[in-house]
Each structure stands twice: as structure tokens, then as C-alpha cells.
Design a protein around this ligand. Sequence first.
Ligand code: DAK
Length: 260
Amino acid sequence: MGYEYIVVSTHGSVGEINLNRPDAMNALCAGLMEEVGTALTAFAADDTINAVLITGGEKAFAAGADIKDMAHLNCVEAIQDDFPFSASGWTVLKDYRKPVVAAVAGYCLGGGCELAMSCDFIVAADTARFGQPEVKLAIMPGAGGTQRMARAVGKARAMELCLTGRLMDAEEALQAGLVAYTTSAGRLHADALATAQRIAAHSSTSTQLIKESINQAFEMPLSSGLLFERRMFQTCFATEDRTEGVNAFIEKRPPAFRNR
Ligand code: DAK
């Protein structure tokens, strides 16, 4: 399928979505987020894909929602269209079951930062700059910025970032817990892809249950989360891949998982 704002590729069992609207710093116009939704849906249905990598450009992962799209929007239209949630990328990603890694270089602002935080984790280049600058436009984060940022970096820093609109560099983002690890800009794609491929080499039943269980940690009290995790753990014993993984260890050979 032909895309205007993204480039889609596969690397073995990793599907990559490259945000590609360089003239506008990858601003997330409705068309771009619709294409992200379409590509994610296609990867979800593809049994050969076990993990997804979302990448941007050298200068920007994404500098936010498209401010020019918002210029003439009024409150009633925003509510009626559920702007910009009407573009499927946001909703598809929120409930996505396969692991998704974001590789961030350059500006990662506003909706761009919210998109990256909607992924399972972020790998950042040393050039990455994160922020929720919506306050400067007299609006506020609307796609999870206040919620996911507070969970990632804690109340004090989330408040300070969202209320001032200042940007945070990759090193600070690492120390604050917003990103999993940092690397050089030159190594970002190779390193993030290698991480995604490492995830994708595992049984997808196992990786999806792990993702679901970690996400439940943010939804449930500890006792319910521990019970949920235990039931998911027990479920693993029903899979052919569990038998293969354990036998491969005992027989000192690499496992051949079949996602069954
Ligand atoms: N929207 C539209 N165009 C943008 C843009 C954006 N967010 N960011 C950059 N551009 C465009 C610029 O207008 C410029 O276009 P031309 O003038 O060449 O036509 C081009 O990209 C290059 O940008 P600059 O000339 O400004 O480049 P600089 O290197 O000087 O500065 C910058 C880069 C990233 C610091 C600067 O462009 C900037 O501050 N951009 C705006 C950042 C921002 O305020 N972001 C937050 C936007 S509000 C929701 C989902 C999402 C959202 C809310 C709800 N739901 C699902 C409910 C999100 C809201 C937001 O993100």
C-alpha cells in the first residue's frame, strides 16, 4: 500500500514505521496518524511480525500535533470529531498487543512525545529533546502527556515540564526514567532495531503476556497485579513454545519458537 507520510519496512520479524514528513518536523497531521493506524493494524495481522519499531527523522521524531490543523478548530468541532483521536493511530496504539519500541532522535515534543510514550519503551539518541510545550500555545497535553509523563518521571518533574514547557535532553530523560537507554545518533537505528529483533526472537505469546502484565501494574493494586501476573505465568505452560524453550535449554541448543 502507498503511504504519503510514513515509510513502512520489515526487518525479519520486526516491522518498522518511519515517520516521514520532514518539511514539517514530522508534525502529526491527521493523515499521518491515520497511516500509522493502518500500518500498525497490518503488522498486528501479520503472523511473521513479532515486534514493531517506530522511528522518526534526524531532526525530529515528531514536533507535536500539527499546529496548523488546529488553528481554526473550535471547541465543538474538536469534541464532535474527538480531535485528533479520530485518526486511528492513537487508538490502535493504545490497545496494541505486540511490543512497540520508539527510536527517538531530535525533537520529540507535544503529541510526538505522547506518541513515543504510548510505545512500550523509548530508545533515545544523544540528540533527542523531549517536552510537552503545549502550555506555550495556551493549550495542554491531550494524548496522555500529563498521565504518562507523571507515571514515567514522577509528579514533580512532570509538573515542572508541563507547566513550563521546557525541553529535556536525552541524558536528563534517561536519569528521569523516560527512556530505556541512550545511544549516539549514528547508532540509534541499528541499536533500536537490534533491541526490537531481540524481543521479536522470543515467543510472541510470552512477549505479549509480559507487555500486558507490566501495563496492568499501572492499572491495578499490587495484590490484583500479582494475581494477574501469576495467572498469565500459568497460562504460559499451555504453549508449545514453553515446551520448546525449556527443552532447548536442557538440550543446549537455540530454541525454535513457532508462536504456538
Ligand atoms: N505543527 C505544524 N508545523 C510544525 C510543527 C507543528 N507542531 N513543528 C514544526 N512545524 C513546521 C514549522 O512551521 C516549519 O514549517 P515552514 O515554516 O517551513 O513551512 C517547519 O516545521 C520547520 O520548523 P521550524 O522552522 O520552526 O524549525 P526550528 O528548527 O526553528 O524549530 C521546533 C523546531 C520543533 C523547536 C519548532 O518548530 C517548534 O517549536 N515547533 C512546535 C512544537 C510544539 O509546540 N509542539 C506541540 C504542539 S501541540 C491529542 C493528540 C495530540 C495532541 C493533543 C491531543 N489527542 C489524541 C486528544 C498534541 C498537541 C500538540 O502536540
